[in-house]
Each structure stands twice: as structure tokens, then as C-alpha cells.
Design a protein around this ligand. Structure first.
Ligand code: GYE
Length: 322
């Protein structure tokens, strides 16, 4: 009787274990749902990033809930709240601006949903509110542009008057590309930023701001320092309409290194383009899988990038992917 009892219990435990293992295995196979809040569709960079994220999710077998915030933080906050309500497994987003994220990130944390930042960073005291930031080092990009300017004007007594077309006010790339430049040029007083204004990372914005700069400063301008290619392309139009030859009368420094930027370099209208890669999808999906599997991911994953001066553009253009 006792023996039978023991056997029965043993069988029961065995069955329970098998059942538990079965549940675990199927849980692991369960499809991951990722909520992703994109900044918008303001630039060629952004469109390429969106394609990269969507393609990589498909390739990784991840169920992607994609939301476009049209460059508005309130839309991103709404999207994140809706992802929390839908109980997605992971939330990823590219924050339009750096500040103001604590409350919604705390809500995600309370719901035990890990958050991954891609492309842009947030400015929060409690870094446990996100798992990792995947993207470029924008300060370093600004420094690279600054070093190019130093080299370009090393035999020039100056003054070197710079007009700056900034990206979205309060965004990480606008803050950091400005800071990186300042860090490099501040030791040489011949470099002067004579005007600085936001064109919101769009072609139309860049054109409008450059029209005003051309009117106010005209021939005094030596350098146009523009935070992305779309604004630069707009600024080129504005300069040409104002009778200024971009790339010749003024040095044009741009960021992203998109195909459009490369074409303008081949045409001699952008002097240097600092690369910023939008192809972040595969790295993001790998991080999502690691986080769901409980693996440790580095707090910061930095994209590999370089600088393209005008003279290499024709040769490299055919290899550009965005
Ligand atoms: O440079 C710009 C885009 O956050 C790095 O956003 C990104 C920037 C990129 O609109 O083109």
C-alpha cells in the first residue's frame, strides 16, 4: 500500500514536472510583441530607419506594433501608454526630445515592460527606467565636423563665420551636434557661430531658415553647419536663390550621409557629410530577443560611423544603402 502510494506520488511529481517543462517550452516559442514609437517621417534618415525596423522585425519573427508620432512628444507618450495597456513584451522608441519622460517610463516599469531606446537618448536621473540605448554618438559626430573645419581653415586667419541650422529643439542630435562642434572650435576664437536656428530636421525648415540667414548675413557667411541632410538640401536651394554658391562661396557641413547628401557632394554643393546610420533594426531586434530571454545587454550600444569628404563621394555613392 505504502509502496503504491510512493509510486503514485512519484508519478504525480513526474507528470507535474513534464507539464511544467511543456509550458516553459511553449512560452519560449511564443511570439514576442514589440511596441515601437517612431519620431515621425521628417527626413530621409527617418524613413530609412523605419524601413530597417519593420524589415528586421519581420526577419526576426517579432510581432511589431508601429506608431508614428509626427514629431510630437505627446503622441509618443500616448503610444507608450497604449503599448502598456496592450501588455506588449517590450517597448522601444526613439524619443523626439530628451526631457519629460520620467512619468511614462515609470508606468512601463511598474507594468514590468522593459524599454529600449533607439537612435535618440532621454535625459532621466534614474537610468533603470530603460534597458539600453542603441544608436550614434552625436557629440562625437559634432566633434568630427569640428575637426574637419579646423583642418579646412588651418591656414586661414579668419574670422570664420558659421551659421547653424539646428535639428528639432531639445532633441539629442540637435543638442549634441551643437555641443560637439563647440567643444572643438572653442579654443580657436577665429571660429564664430553668428546665427543658430532650428529647421526641425526638415527640408522646408532648412530652406526657410537659410533664406532668413542669407538675407541678414549674405556674404559674411563662411560656413553652413546643418544638423541633417534634409535641412541642408533646403538650405542649398535657398542659397542658390540668393546667389550664393554652396560648396564654393561657403563651406557646407552636413550630417547623416544619405544618398541625397552624397548626390549634393558629387555636385560640389556639400563639402563634408558626417555619417549617421539609420539602419538600427537588426541590432534592435537582437536586443529585444536578449531582453525577453533574460540576458544582460550593454547599457549603451554605439553605431560605427565615419566622415565622408566631398572628394570620395562619387566613388562611394553607389554603395550607400539609405
Ligand atoms: O540626423 C535626422 C533625423 O535622430 C539621428 O533625426 C536622428 C536624426 C537624423 O530626422 O535626419
Amino acid at each position: 500500500m505504502r509502496l503504491i502510494g510512493k509510486l503514485a506520488i512519484g508519478t504525480l511529481i513526474g507528470t507535474t514536472l513534464t507539464l511544467a517543462a511543456g509550458v516553459d517550452a511553449s512560452a519560449q516559442e511564443k511570439q514576442i510583441t514589440l511596441g515601437f514609437s517612431q519620431v515621425g517621417a521628417e527626413s530621409a534618415w527617418r524613413t530609412a530607419d523605419t524601413v530597417s525596423v519593420k524589415t528586421a522585425a519581420k526577419d526576426a519573427g517579432i510581432n511589431l506594433k508601429f506608431s508614428d508620432a509626427q514629431q510630437k512628444q505627446e503622441n509618443q507618450i500616448k503610444a507608450i501608454r497604449s503599448f502598456i495597456a496592450q501588455k506588449v513584451n517590450v517597448i522601444a522608441f526613439s524619443p523626439v526630445v530628451e526631457s519629460g519622460w520620467e512619468p511614462v517610463l515609470a508606468e512601463a516599469k511598474a507594468a514590468h515592460i522593459p524599454v529600449i531606446l533607439t537612435d535618440r537618448a532621454v535625459d532621466v536621473k534614474d537610468t533603470s527606467l530603460y534597458v539600453t540605448v542603441i544608436g550614434s554618438d552625436f557629440v562625437e559626430e559634432g566633434r568630427r565636423a569640428g575637426r574637419w573645419l579646423e583642418e579646412r581653415y588651418k591656414n586661414d586667419a579668419g574670422p570664420v563665420n558659421i551659421v547653424e541650422l539646428q535639428g528639432t529643439v531639445g532633441s539629442a542630435p540637435a543638442n549634441d551636434r551643437h555641443a560637439g562642434l563647440i567643444e572643438v572650435i572653442k579654443s580657436d576664437p577665429k571660429f564664430k557661430i553668428i546665427a543658430s536656428q532650428s529647421g526641425d530636421f526638415t527640408l522646408a525648415g532648412g530652406k526657410q531658415v537659410m533664406e532668413a540667414f542669407a538675407k541678414t548675413y549674405g556674404k559674411q557667411i563662411n560656413v553652413v553647419y546643418s544638423h541633417n541632410d534634409d535641412m541642408t538640401l533646403g538650405a542649398i536651394q535657398a542659397m542658390e536663390e540668393a546667389g550664393i554658391k554652396p560648396g564654393k562661396d561657403v563651406s557646407v557641413v552636413s550630417f547623416d550621409a544619405t544618398k541625397g547628401g552624397f548626390q549634393a557632394m558629387v555636385a560640389g554643393k556639400i563639402n563634408v557629410d558626417v555619417e549617421c546610420s539609420p539602419l538600427l533594426g537588426p541590432q534592435l531586434m537582437a536586443a529585444v530577443k536578449d531582453v525577453v530571454a533574460g540576458k544582460q545587454v550593454p547599457k549603451r550600444i554605439v553605431t560605427n560611423e565615419t566622415v565622408f569628404p566631398m572628394n570620395v563621394a562619387a566613388q562611394i555613392l553607389p554603395t550607400r544603402k539609405y
